[in-house]
Design a protein around this ligand. Structure first.
Ligand code: SGN
Ligand code: CA
Length: 516
């Protein structure tokens, strides 16, 4: 018996003896469809992520991880605090994290960890809880970005590609740290955020190649909310000719004339048209415009994400070479999912699958079985509690800091508790704000269904158009309609399901105290 237990006792002793380090790798807008380990998808074979895939091979891939609010600043606040937006005060992109609010980095630092964050921060106030920080000003730039730091609080511009620079800062910090103490390193990439500017080394990879389209690229947005038909994130239609489509229009054409000019240019670049064929296109064709714009967008998106994967590889190689691999938990995730053409869209915000989901891969040597997968519902709010438990640090119990998320440690060990959550709550607080109008909404997703309520009011939140919109509901049967192409909310066959889910939504709102 002792013989058989010995390896586990030795492992347990070594884990107990050495506090674990944490490397938290977080990208910006990385869709599951663009991570090979999540495949297959329309981007399979083109979006190659050998380094992120290493984490899947050596750790656990979460099939069902969801964000609580599919937009940058709130998602990041949710990761750090483990709390819903209404409990951490960061509801929208414009909300700053309160510098007094304690979060993951404080909790680990109090337990003796060295802490650092590099890259995108986007929480508006100076990072707190970190011994070292160098973060982009606002969203950051792809090339020659400005970094804010304690030494340069007003920012300093540096030469190079954002992802390579942030990673170098992280590696330099790791190399110079005090090796007698454990560490938390948060490396936050900028890519593949709009406007998708790849590193020079990746720019030409798909020249002359036609990328496969997702099955829902030509979605006409009927059969669901009116809000969806009014979206401002349709591929082609809502792209900027210069920034997004990377075209260089001559002075002169405006409006419809400019669109026809862009269509002809895209036809030459992506549609295989000769100069004469392009010139013969006499009328603007919205379907062709969407399809050719998708080619430009998807190529830039995948190429931009490639720099993330390269740099994930640099960090993993460093951990291996420095002998820290076995003592370090590595997490890869992104602030939310993203549409890479599904439903004809780009961007996020909606509660549909592509943007409600987040990638999540965790390599925790001695905890996760290599090459394992979890189906349990995980959330971004679970990351702080999970990392604290893996590091042997008690979760905060005070009312101001208590987590809404739950530690995934048992799931990582392959033992999902019987009372694990069977639904996830979602809430998007912005209301028709800025360039991508999505009405404020909340809802739940269960294993089979998704119920969404667009409440119709700004509720004091950011709104480009604060006028109320019609309240609406959507209900999807994900088993029959996994692509969410038809709401069955008004279908009498689903009346009982609808009523039951509405009751569950109300109960969940009451449970978490979201009463607005
Ligand atoms: C910018 C982008 C938007 C994007 C928001 C939020 N426009 O405003 O497309 O939705 O950021 O992104 S851009 O032309 O300036 O790139 S987030 O990642 O911060 O949530
Ligand atoms: Ca983002």
């Amino acid at each position: 018996m002792i013989q058989r237990l010995l390896p586990f006792l030795v492992l347990a002793a070594s884990l107990a003896a050495k506090p674990r380090n944490v490397v938290f790798l977080f990208s910006d807008d990385h869709a599951l469809s663009a991570i090979a380990a999540y495949g297959p998808s329309h981007l399979s074979g083109f979006a190659r992520t050998p380094n992120i895939d290493r984490l899947a091979k050596e750790g656990m891939l979460f099939r069902n991880c969801f964000v609580h609010n599919s937009i940058c600043t709130p998602s990041r606040a949710g990761v750090l605090t483990g709390r819903h937006s209404h409990r951490n005060g960061v509801h929208t992109l414009a909300d700053a994290i309160d510098p007094q609010r304690r979060h993951l980095a404080h909790f680990l630092r109090d337990a003796g960890y060295q802490t650092a964050v590099f890259g995108k921060w986007h929480l508006h106030t100076q990072p707190q809880g970190f011994d070292a920080w160098e973060v982009f000003r606002n969203q950051g730039e792809y090339e020659n970005p400005v970094y804010l730091s304690a030494a340069h609080p007003n920012g300093r511009r540096e030469q190079g590609y954002s992802e390579d620079l942030s990673t170098q800062k992280a590696l330099d910090w790791l190399g110079a740290r005090d090796p007698s103490k454990p560490f938390l390193l948060m490396l936050h990439f900028k890519a593949p955020h709009r406007n998708w500017i790849p590193a020079t080394r990746h720019r030409e990879r798909f020249a002359g190649v036609t990328l496969p389209e997702p099955p829902t690229l030509m979605d006409d947005h009927q059969g669901r909310s009116v809000a969806l038909t009014r979206n401002g994130q349709t591929i082609g239609k809502d792209f900027r000719v210069r920034d997004d489509l990377k075209l260089d229009p001559p002075d002169g054409p405006k409006g419809p004339e400019l669109r026809l000019w862009a269509l002809r240019e895209l036809g030459k670049r992506h549609g295989g048209l000769s100069e004469a064929q392009a010139a013969a296109l006499a009328e603007f064709d919205p379907a062709l415009y969407r399809r050719w714009s998708y080619q430009q967008y998807a190529k830039d998106y995948v190429n931009t994400a490639q720099a993330v994967d390269d740099n994930v590889g640099r960090v993993l190689d460093w951990l291996k070479a420095s002998g820290l691999e076995q003592d370090t938990v590595v997490v890869y995730s992104s602030d939310q999912g993203f549409y890479v053409g599904e439903h004809g869209l780009f961007d996020k915000r909606w509660m549909y699958e592509e943007s409600q989901r987040m990638p999540l891969l965790v390599r925790a040597p001695g905890v996760t079985k290599p090459g394992s997968e979890a189906k349990a519902f995980a959330m971004n709010l679970d990351l702080a509690p999970t990392l604290l438990e893996l590091c042997g640090v008690a979760a905060p119990s005070g009312e101001a800091e208590r987590f809404d998320g739950r530690s995934l440690a048992p799931v990582l060990r392959g033992e999902t508790p019987a009372d694990w959550r069977d639904l996830v709550y979602y809430r998007y607080w912005e209301h028709n704000s800025g360039e991508h109008p999505v009405p404020g909404c909340y809802g739940i997703r269960t294993a089979r269904f998704k119920l969404i309520h667009y409440h119709g009011k700004p509720l004091g939140m950011r709104a480009a158009n604060p006028r109320p919109t019609e309240p609406e509901w959507e209900l999807f049967d994900l088993e029959r309609d996994p692509r969410e192409m038809r709401s069955v909310y008004h279908d009498p066959a689903y009346a009982a399901t609808r009523d039951e889910l509405k009751a569950r939504l109300a109960a969940e709102r009451a449970r978490i105290g979201d009463s607005r």
